[in-house]
Design a binder for this molecule. Structure first.
Ligand SMILES: *[C@@H]1O[C@H](CO)[C@@H](O)[C@H](O)[C@H]1NC(C)=O
Ligand SMILES: *[C@@H]1O[C@H](CO)[C@@H](O)[C@H](O)[C@H]1NC(C)=O
Ligand SMILES: *[C@@H]1O[C@H](CO)[C@@H](O)[C@H](O)[C@H]1NC(C)=O
Length: 341
């Protein structure tokens, strides 16, 4: 990709000599600007990444300095403890919540929304061992279920299935699960019709927190509020937490400064960041954005399906590289491939 871009730039230069000089200059400036705004990274190929992970093997040593450093960095930038959810404390009546995924849209906390917020951060802090589960197909046949279930606090993304066929690989306990409003729309008819299916489906997460980006984009708000009411009206054991857009925004800036240039971070990276800020130890499972596994066989995108993401938004390999650096420095542990018995 790197090479093709340079090649294209070269071709453009040759053609430029025949064209008017001023046009050429303008084009060159444009190209330079392009490279300035979107610098070309040499991202490793899938094969290189597989080799690198295999080379590292099971060698991993916890690095308390790294853990403390990242907790401090994240606390300073983003205050996960106080800000990760919208609470009555950080969002009183009249507070303007700026949507982090859109320009110039905001929600002013009012009569109707304020009562839906939890009082303050409800998590049982400090969290000890946390497991963050990405949903990559690499989890298939990983036998990581028991490992995962042993953690003190287990975070999952986007209402993943936890049916019998998967339990051995992904475990069954959950303490916090994110729900993308688009899934409410797709899977549950936006909760405009029956809410029973939704409520029944949520039982698999027992008494977890459901974490929804209600104030990230305008179309997210209504489905999130509807999900809140569906749970509240059926005295479900789940507790709805709305992601605080200020927190999400500060995390985006944090990672942008560390070479992740996605339009929007993946849910997985938000959760890992939250865990790094709140937990004493973090293990990440199922983070593998590549289409081949350690045995070089194809890996599906999710452990439960192979629907590809909207790649315009996320830059998963960039994110993976950052997590891999944290793994190598002992700040968190990534489990890729099979878990030891
Ligand atoms: C431990 O983490 C610190 C901070 O990130 C880093 O500077 C150091 O090199 C790490 N130590 C090892 C052995 O990787
Ligand atoms: C709150 O709601 C009540 C009725 O539900 C309304 O009369 C009142 O004006 C509202 N207050 C504010 C500050 O919006
Ligand atoms: C909530 O949890 C209690 C205790 O585990 C259980 O008996 C009850 O059935 C649960 N309620 C719902 C709606 O799932």
């Amino acid at each position: 990709m790197n090479r093709t871009r340079l090649h294209a730039a070269g071709k453009m230069l040759v053609r430029c000599y025949r064209a008017k000089l001023s046009v050429c200059a303008a084009l060159c400036v444009l190209v330079l600007c392009w490279f300035y705004i979107f610098p070309v990274y040499r991202l490793p190929s899938e094969k290189e990444m597989v080799d690198e992970v295999l080379r590292q093997g099971d060698v991993w040593q916890k690095n308390q300095t790294g853990i403390d450093l990242y907790r401090k960095l994240l606390t300073d930038c983003c205050n996960p403890q106080g800000m990760f959810a919208v609470t009555k404390k950080n969002s009183p009546m009249g507070k303007v919540l700026w949507y982090d995924g859109e320009f110039y849209h905001s929600h002013t906390v009012n009569n109707e929304t304020f009562p839906l917020f939890v009082e303050d951060n409800p998590l049982p802090l400090p969290l000890k061992k946390c497991a963050v589960i990405g949903n990559s197909g690499i989890l298939r046949h990983s036998k990581c279920g028991q490992h995962i279930d042993q953690a003190d606090f287990i975070m999952r993304s986007n209402l993943p299935p936890l049916t019998k066929e998967y339990v051995e690989d992904v475990g069954h306990r959950t303490h916090l699960v994110t729900a993308n409003p688009s899934i409410i729309e797709r899977r549950f008819q936006n909760l405009l019709w029956s809410r029973k299916v939704f409520v029944e489906n949520m039982k698999v997460y027992s008494s977890s927190y459901i974490y929804m980006p209600a104030f990230s984009m305008k179309p997210c708000t209504d489905p999130s509020l509807r999900a809140y009411y569906a749970l509240a009206d059926t005295s479900s054991n789940l507790t709805m937490l709305f992601a605080n857009p200020e927190f999400l925004h500060s995390l985006s800036k944090f990672w942008k400064a560390r070479n992740i240039h996605a339009k929007r971070l993946s849910t997985g990276l938000y959760l890992v960041s939250l865990a790094l800020g709140l937990c004493e130890e973090v293990t990440a499972y199922g983070f593998w954005p590549f289409s081949i596994g350690l045995d070089e066989r194809p890996v599906s995108h999710h452990y439960y399906d192979n629907i590809l993401p909207y790649s315009y938004y996320h830059t998963m390999p960039e994110e993976f590289l950052q997590l891999w650096q944290l793994h190598k420095s002992g700040t968190l542990r990534m489990r890729i491939g099979r878990c030891p018995p």
